[in-house]
Design a protein around this ligand. Structure first.
Ligand code: SF4
Length: 414
C-alpha cells in the first residue's frame, strides 16, 4: 500500500499556494484539517494500485504475491476497474523511460525524500524515482480528471528532485547531471510532458526561489497574496486578503484618469458637478486584462463564501442578512421501471418512451481500446476547429489562428 503521508507546515504539494502567498501555511494553522474527500481517497487507492503494478514490473515480486495484494485493493469500496488500466499506462510509461537509459536504472516507488535543506522540516513522497547514468527521473501519478497539472515549472516536482538528488548522492555522487520530471495523468491525457533541467539549474532554483519562499512561509514572515492558488487553502472562505482581492475593485472606480481624458474633457468634467472625474466611464484594455485575471476566481470565491455561510447557519450560527431554505424540489419516480411499464400499458411504445442516443467517441474508444479504435475509425474521425477561447497569456497553447495548421494540411503535397 502507499506509504502514509504525514503533516508538515510547509508541504511540497502546497508549493503553488505558499510560493505565491507566503503567509498561507501559518494562516492555515488556524483551521482544522478538512475531511478527506472521496476524490482524495480514490487518488490514494489509485496510487497504491500504481505502486503495486510498478513493483511487479521493476522489483522481484511473485505473481502470487501480486495477485493477493491486488485482491486486497480490489476489495476497497472505491475500487474501479479503470484503476488497473491507468496503472498499466503509468507503468508502460516508466518502462519506456527506463529503456532510454544505457544501462538498467534503479527504480523505486513511494520514496520519502528529505527536503529540509530547502524547506524547514520539509519532506515529500516521490511516486517513482528512476536513476542511472547521468539522469534522475521523477515521475508523479495523478488520478484526478478535473485539472491537468503540468510538470513545467512545477515546484513540487522540482523539490522532490532536489530531495532525491540528496538521497542518492552517497551512491551516485556528481555523476547525475540532468533531471527530468514528468506527471502522468492518464484520465485526462495520454501525452506526458517532461521538464528537463541540468542539476546546476535545479540547485540554483532551489537556492534562489524554493529556499527563501519556504523560509518566509515557515517562519511566519510571509505576505498574503490572493489568486487562483487560494482554491486549496483551508481558510479560503474566511480569508480577508482574498475578500479584499475580489471585493476591492475600488482601484478601478477611483482610477487616475489622467492621460485617458483630454484637457477639454477634464475642463468639461470640472464644470459638471454631477460628474465625478475620479470615476472614468471607460476601462482601458490594460484594466480589462487585469480584471479578467481577477474575476477568474470570483465565482469560486463566492461559492466558498456560500458554502461557509450555509454550513455556519446549519450549525446554529447567524450570518446577518442570510438564511437557509429548502431548495427546489424535483419530482422523481420511486420506481422508474414500473413507471415505464405503466406508460406502455397506456399504449406508448419504447420508441416514444426512450431517447436512443449513440455513445460518444470517447465511450466507443473505451469499448474497443485505443489501437483497435484507430484502425476501425481512423478515416471517420475529423477534428473540427475549436472555438476561439480566451485564456491567460501564460497558457501553453499557441495563439488562435482563424486559418489553423489543419486547414493547411496537405497543401504542400499538391
Ligand atoms: S485564501 Fe489565498 S490569500 Fe488567503 S491565506 Fe489562503 S492562499 Fe493566502
Amino acid at each position: 500500500m502507499a506509504t502514509p503521508r504525514e503533516h508538515a507546515v510547509v508541504t511540497a504539494s502546497g508549493f503553488e499556494r505558499w510560493s505565491n502567498c507566503t503567509a498561507a501555511p501559518r494562516y492555515e494553522e488556524l483551521f482544522p484539517d478538512g475531511e478527506t474527500s472521496v476524490y482524495a481517497a480514490e487518488g490514494t487507492l489509485a496510487h497504491a494500485v500504481c505502486e503495486l503494478y510498478g513493483r511487479k514490473k521493476f522489483t522481484p515480486m511473485s505473481t502470487r504475491k501480486f495477485n493477493s495484494e491486488l485482491k486486497k485493493l480490489k476489495s476497497h469500496a472505491l475500487w474501479q476497474d479503470e484503476m488497473s488500466k491507468t496503472a498499466e499506462f503509468y507503468v508502460n510509461f516508466l518502462v519506456e523511460k527506463a529503456n532510454e537509459y544505457e544501462a538498467i536504472p534503479h527504480v523505486a516507488f513511494e520514496v520519502r525524500v528529505d527536503l529540509s535543506e530547502y524547506i524547514p522540516e520539509g519532506f515529500g513522497t516521490c511516486d517513482c524515482i528512476m536513476i542511472g547514468g547521468d539522469t534522475l527521473r521523477i515521475t508523479d501519478y495523478k488520478h484526478g480528471k478535473g485539472v491537468p497539472v503540468s510538470s513545467i515549472n512545477n515546484g513540487q516536482m522540482r523539490a522532490y528532485a532536489l530531495g532525491a538528488l540528496k538521497m542518492f548522492y552517497p551512491i551516485y555522487g556528481d555523476s547525475i547531471k540532468r533531471v527530468c520530471t514528468a506527471i502522468v495523468q492518464p484520465r485526462i491525457t495520454e501525452d506526458v510532458v517532461e521538464e528537463w533541467l541540468s542539476v546546476d539549474e535545479l540547485k540554483e532554483w532551489g537556492a534562489n526561489v524554493l529556499r527563501p519562499k519556504a523560509q518566509a512561509a515557515y517562519f511566519g514572515v510571509g505576505t498574503f497574496c490572493a489568486g487562483e492558488w487560494c482554491r486549496f487553502c483551508k481558510g479560503k472562505a474566511e480569508c480577508r486578503a482574498r475578500a479584499e482581492y475580489y471585493a476591492g475593485f475600488s482601484q478601478y472606480v477611483n482610477a487616475d484618469i489622467e492621460g485617458r481624458m483630454t484637457a477639454a474633457d477634464l475642463e468639461r468634467a470640472d464644470q459638471l458637478s454631477s460628474m465625478d472625474v475620479a470615476k472614468p466611464p471607460v476601462l482601458s484594455d490594460a484594466e480589462i486584462g487585469e480584471l479578467l485575471a481577477k474575476a477568474e476566481g470570483l465565482a469560486a470565491w463566492y461559492a466558498d463564501l456560500q458554502e461557509y455561510a450555509r454550513d455556519a447557519i446549519l450549525t446554529g450560527r447567524e450570518i446577518p442578512g442570510w438564511k437557509v431554505v429548502e431548495g427546489k424540489r424535483i419530482r422523481a419516480f420511486t420506481d422508474a421501471d414500473a413507471a415505464m411499464e405503466k406508460m406502455r400499458s397506456e399504449g406508448y411504445d419504447d420508441a416514444i418512451l426512450y431517447d436512443r442516443k449513440p455513445k460518444t467517441l470517447a465511450q466507443l474508444e473505451k469499448l474497443t481500446g485505443k489501437k483497435r479504435f484507430t484502425e476501425l475509425m481512423g478515416d471517420l474521425i475529423t477534428w473540427p476547429p475549436g472555438k476561439p477561447t480566451l485564456v491567460s497569456a501564460t497558457d501553453a497553447r499557441d495563439p488562435y489562428s482563424p486559418v489553423g495548421p489543419r486547414e493547411f494540411a496537405g497543401v504542400g503535397d499538391v
